[in-house]
Ligand binder design. Structure first.
Ligand SMILES: Nc1ncnc2c1ncn2[C@@H]1O[C@H](COP(=O)(O)OP(=O)(O)OP(=O)(O)O)[C@@H](O)[C@H]1O
Length: 442
C-alpha cells in the first residue's frame, strides 16, 4: 500500500513576504535503467519548506537522506520531478528569458570539496571571473577589478589571481569557491558541507568568513551539514531530513534544546556534549535507513523508530519481541523486493544463498531467545511459512495486519508542536496518542 504524502499548505501571503525561497510538495526522483533499474530513487519525496530572507537555515540528516539533492534543486541544478520552488514569490518553472537568468544569477551553491569543484586548468582569477564571463558582464577590465575585490572580500590577495587552485590549501581553495559563488552578487547561497573537507583549525575561519559575508551582503543561506554542533551554533532555524522528507523544523535553539520528533531526539542525543563531566544517554538507532527506492509506505522513520505506536492488543509484548518482529518484517520485505528471476541469477552466479532460501532457519534463530506469547507466535509462524513458500507479499500482509499500526500505514502529518513555528511529522503528536517519550537509556 502506498500512503498518500499530504503536504502542508502553501505559505500564507503574510509569510511569503518574508520567504525568499518557498518549496511545496517538492519531489526529485532519479530513474535509471541499470541492472537494478525499475523503481526510481526517491531522493526528495514531498518537501515543504520556507527559507526566510537573511536567515541561515540548517539542513541536517543522515547520509543519503536527500540534503544535497534538495539543495541542488533549490538553486536550479536539478529539475524537480513534482512540486513548486518559489523564489521571491515567483514560481521558478514559470520564469523565462531574463527573469530566469536573473534567478540563476541570484541563487548559487558552494560545494563540499573545493578541490574538485574548481577547474584545475584555470587560474584563480579565471575561476572567479568565469560566471561573469558566461553572462558577458561588463568589460574585461571591470571583471578583473571585480575579481580583485572578491579576492579581497574572502581574505585572499590580489597576486593570488595568477596562481592555480592546486597551489592553495583546502581552506584557501574554499575561499576561492566562495569568491566564485559571490561573483554574480547572489542573494541566496546553498552551502553544502562547506567546511567538512577542511582541517578543524581552518573550519572556524571559513565559518567566520561566511558569517561576515552574510552580515555584509544580507545573504540568505541554506547550510547543509553533518556536524550538528556547528549547525546549532550557526543556524537560525533547522530542518531535519529523513529519507526524502522533512521530519521536524523550527528555531535552532528550541529544536536542539527540546526535540519533538523521535528522529530528531536520536540525532540530538548523538551530539557530543561540550561538558565532558555531563552524562547524557545516547539513543542508538537499529539498522540503517531503508533504500530510497522503496521507502516504507507509512512514516519514513517507522522501520527504526524507538517510539513506534504498537497495536493496543499487543500491549503485553516486550521490546525484545517487537525488535525481533520488526527485523523479521524487514528481512521478508527485503526478500520480496528481489525479483525471483534475479534471485535465480544470483543463485547461479554465487551458489545457493542462505539469505534468500532459509527464512525458516533465520526466523527460528532470531526468535529462539525471545519471549513471544503464543497468540503472537502463531501469526509469526504463519508469516514465516508464507515467506518460505515464496509468498513474501502474503507474509508481509499477515505481519502488517497483525502487528502493524498507524506508523506503518500512514505518512504522518506535520503537527505544530509548540505555540511558535515548530513543526514535526509524527503520529504521536495526534491527540489520540501520547507524545514521544524520553527515548534515552535503552
Ligand atoms: N544523480 C543521481 N542519480 C541517482 N541517484 C542519486 C543521484 N544523486 C543522488 N542520488 C541518490 O539520492 C539519494 C539522496 O542523495 P543525496 O546526495 O541528496 O543525500 P545526502 O543527504 O546529501 O547525502 P550525503 O550527506 O552523503 O551527501 C541517495 O540514495 C543517492 O544515492
Amino acid at each position: 500500500m502506498t500512503a498518500q504524502r499530504h503536504h502542508e499548505s502553501e505559505p500564507s501571503a503574510s509569510s511569503t513576504a518574508e520567504a525568499l525561497v518557498a518549496v511545496s510538495g517538492l519531489k526529485k526522483h532519479y530513474t535509471d535503467d541499470g541492472f537494478f533499474g525499475g523503481s526510481p530513487v526517491k531522493a526528495v519525496d514531498g518537501v515543504d519548506l520556507t527559507v526566510r530572507r537573511g536567515e541561515t537555515l540548517g539542513l541536517v540528516g543522515e547520509s543519503g537522506c536527500g540534503k544535497t539533492t534538495l539543495g541542488r534543486t533549490l538553486v536550479g541544478l536539478e529539475t524537480p520531478t513534482a512540486g513548486t520552488v518559489r523564489y521571491d514569490g515567483q514560481a521558478i518553472d514559470e520564469l523565462s528569458g531574463e527573469a530566469r537568468e536573473q534567478w540563476r544569477w541570484n541563487a548559487q551553491m558552494v560545494f563540499q570539496d573545493p578541490e574538485s569543484s574548481l577547474n584545475a586548468r584555470l587560474t584563480v582569477g579565471e575561476v572567479v571571473a568565469e560566471p561573469l564571463e558566461v553572462r558577458d558582464w561588463k568589460t574585461e577590465r571591470e571583471r578583473r577589478e571585480r575579481v580583485f575585490d572578491l579576492l579581497d572580500t574572502v581574505g585572499l590577495q590580489r597576486e593570488h589571481f595568477y596562481r592555480y587552485p592546486h597551489q592553495f590549501s583546502g581552506g584557501q581553495q574554499q575561499r576561492i569557491a566562495i569568491a566564485r559563488a559571490l561573483a554574480p552578487e547572489p542573494d541566496f547561497l546553498v552551502l553544502d558541507e562547506p567546511v567538512s573537507a577542511l582541517d578543524a583549525s581552518v573550519q572556524a575561519k571559513v565559518l567566520n568568513l561566511l558569517a561576515d559575508l552574510q552580515a555584509e551582503f544580507g545573504l540568505t543561506y541554506v547550510f547543509i551539514a553533518h556536524d550538528l554542533g556547528v549547525v546549532r551554533h550557526l543556524c537560525d532555524r533547522v530542518a531535519v531530513m529523513y529519507l526524502g522528507a522533512i521530519m521536524e523544523r523550527g528555531p535552532a535553539g528550541e529544536l536542539f534544546g527540546a526535540p519533538a520528533n523521535p528522529y530528531t531526539k536520536a540525532l540530538v542525543s548523538a551530539i557530543p556534549d561540550p561538558d565532558p563531566t555531563a552524562s547524557r544517554d545516547r539513543i542508538t538507532l537499529r539498522n540503517s535507513p531503508p533504500s530510497p527506492r522503496d521507502p516504507p509506505s507509512g512514516c519514513p522513520f517507522s522501520t527504526r523508530c524507538p517510539a513506534k505506536i504498537r497495536p493496543a492488543e499487543y500491549d503485553h509484548l516486550d521490546e525484545a519481541a517487537w525488535r525481533a518482529i520488526d527485523i523479521l518484517t524487514e528481512v521478508v520485505r527485503e526478500r520480496g523486493r528481489t525479483d525471483p528471476s534475479l534471485r535465480d541469477r544470483i543463485r547461479s552466479l554465487v551458489g545457493r544463498s542462505p539469505r534468500f532460501e532459509s527464512i525458516d532457519e533465520f526466523a527460528s534463530d532470531l526468535l529462539s531467545d525471545v519471549s513471544i506469547p503464543e497468540d503472537a507466535r502463531n501469526h509469526v509462524s504463519e508469516a514465516v511459512r508464507l515467506a518460505s513458500d515464496g509468498r513474501e507479499d502474503a507474509a508481509l500482509a499477515r505481519l502488517s495486519t497483525e502487528f502493524g499500526g498507524v506508523c506503518d500505514d500512514e505518512f504522518p502529518e506535520s503537527h505544530s508542536v509548540t505555540d511558535g513555528p515548530r513543526r514535526s511529522r509524527c503520529h504521536r503528536h495526534r491527540p489520540t496518542y501520547s507524545d514521544p517519550p524520553d527515548l534515552t537509556g535503552e
